[in-house]
Ligand binder design. Structure first.
Ligand code: NAI
Ligand code: MG
Length: 490
């Protein structure tokens, strides 16, 4: 159905410098890089390119803010109040921020409005409410002693995020860190620095003291690696590719930093023949094509029971044929471009591999339009487990359909991957649902739903999909150290 809503206005770019110690500054080298609109390939703005020298200033500012001054003395409840204020300011500016996110990332504004913004606000409010509920306990030990624990902030945290959910990943990182009392050096993705910088400006307006939040835009091997190696930084929280996490683990070993990783996946989405077919078709489609397929938890291995396989595939094909690709700022658009040329090229190379390995490409497999990094929604059937499109993370709108018959064989196949981020199962049989949820090795299992996120529900991976959890109470733990105090009463 055609929509009458107008195309969103181009947002004004307000912040392109580094944010360090409460000040907006150019990079010390004076270098800048371009951030590009992936729908048009035009430059949106040039942004300060931070490097080791800028990270050093930011780490010192964060250390100072952590060890002395206003933040140090602030009550936990007051920290929570600042986080609530930041959430309120984001809510007041949500239309602007949604447009900025869609401009820089290419995601449809309907998604920025319906998912990125509300989940960002929810995450900050969830952790705001935690601030005055973080406490240790008293422990009965042998002898005449009072023994108690305190939960104290981990310190200065380095946070490195990707480009697929720039604002939401900022909230997932800032929420638990700030409620715990940590201070931050953040390195946003080079493809999408703008909304993180806009959030830093709102954090300053909310009243976070100088140096508590520092943002250094720049590239991974330079600015990112400098954050990982800096001796004044205690912990790294990283979201991105597992190969980058391996480099970070090596670089962080020098200073023995605490590490949490949220990495990729090749998540099995399992459809039994007793499912609610309409719901499962919608869920399989949404589970892969949402956000142009650029989701760590994308249901990219769709296992469909052989009894419903053909009609299921027909329904998916029909959905792809009517999917609206176009200008991300148009509320009618359902799918935007991939984030950049590199991702476009990577996806197209997987499409070629899928074809040469013998899978049947039923829709897409081609560029859409003549500018921007658009990939048509692509569907492969006849995919077998050893094909690269069934084993490697594609991170694009490419769905691989695999057939199954036997449930135990299915579980073995579903788990036959180095990843373990998410899984889903569609069935009306509660026993089957429990069995799959029990057997599948993944950090999140969705039953008769997909991509259901809530700030209260922990998220993270088994195996090479990561370590540690984000969101919920589990997501707070990496930002706290336990201090045990034993006092003689003798
Ligand atoms: P990436 O892991 O290289 O980049 C993520 C972040 O890490 C960016 O901020 C980047 O600047 C930074 N980084 C890169 N190298 C670094 C280093 N040596 N030290 C410190 N920080 C560093 O991911 P990239 O290159 O953007 O995408 C490659 C593939 O990774 C994608 O095709 C996709 O398969 C996967 N990916 C997974 C994501 C997830 O949510 N799990 C998000 C983004 C990408
Ligand atoms: Mg990379």
């Amino acid at each position: 159905m055609a929509t009458v809503s107008p195309v969103a206005a181009l947002p004004k770019i307000k912040h392109t410098q580094c944010f360090i110690g409460g000040r907006w500054v150019d990079s010390l080298s004076g270098k800048t890089f371009e951030t590009v609109n992936p729908a048009t390939e035009e430059v949106i703005a040039t942004v300060a390119e931070g490097d080791a020298a800028d990270v050093d200033v930011a780490a010192k500012a964060a250390r100072d803010a952590f060890e002395s001054g206003e933040w140090r003395k602030m009550s936990a409840r007051e920290r929570g109040r600042l986080l609530y204020r930041l959430a309120d300011l984001i809510e007041e500016n949500q239309e602007y921020l949604a447009a900025l996110e869609s401009l820089d990332n290419g995601k449809p504004i309907r998604d920025s409005r319906a998912a990125d913004l509300p989940l960002t606000i929810q995450c900050l409010r969830y952790y705001a409410g935690y601030a005055d509920k973080i406490h240790g306990y008293t422990i009965p030990i042998d002898g005449n002693f009072l023994c108690y624990t305190r939960k104290v902030p981990t310190g200065v945290v380095g946070q490195i995020i990707p480009w697929n959910f720039p604002m939401l990943m900022t909230a997932w990182k800032w929420g638990p860190a700030l409620t715990a009392g940590c201070t931050i050096v953040m390195k946003p993705a080079e493809q999408t620095p703008l909304t993180c910088l806009a959030m830093a400006a709102l954090a300053q307006e909310a009243g976070f003291p100088d140096g508590v939040i520092n943002v250094v835009p720049g590239f991974g091997p330079t600015a990112g690696a400098a954050v990982v190696r800096h001796p004044l930084i205690d912990k790294i929280a990283f979201t991105g590719e597992h190969r980058t996490a391996q480099i970070i683990m090596r670089d962080a070993s020098e200073t023995l930093k605490r590490l949490t990783f949220e990495l990729g996946g090749k998540s099995p989405n399992i459809v039994f023949d007793d499912c609610d077919l309409d719901a499962a078709v919608d869920g399989a489609h949404f589970g892969l094509y949402f956000n142009q397929g650029q989701c760590c938890c994308a249901g990219s291995r769709l296992f469909v029971h052989e009894a419903i396989h053909d009609k299921f595939v027909d329904r998916l094909v029909a959905k792809n044929q009517v999917r609206r690709l176009g200008n991300p700022l148009d509320p009618a658009t359902e799918q935007g471009p991939q984030v950049d040329q590199a991702q476009y090229d990577k996806i197209m190379s997987f499409v070629d591999k899928g074809k040469s390995e013998g899978a049947r490409c039923l829709t897409g497999g081609e560029r859409f339009g003549d500018r921007g990094f658009f990939v048509q929604p692509t569907l492969f059937e006849g995919v077998t487990d050893q094909m690269s499109i069934a084993s490697d993370e594609i991170f694009g709108p490419v769905l691989s359909v695999l057939k199954f018959r036997d449930m135990n064989d299915l579980i073995r196949r579903a788990n036959n991957t180095m990843y373990g981020l998410a899984a889903a199962v569609w069935t009306r049989d509660i026993k089957k649902a429990h069995y799959v949820a029990e057997q599948v090795r993944a950090g999140t299992v969705w039953v008769n739903c997909y991509n259901v996120f809530d700030a209260a529900a922990p998220f993270g991976g088994f195996k090479m999909s990561g370590s540690g959890r984000e969101l919920g109470e589990d997501g707070l733990k990496p930002y706290l150290e336990t201090k045990t105090v034993t006092m003689s009463l003798g």
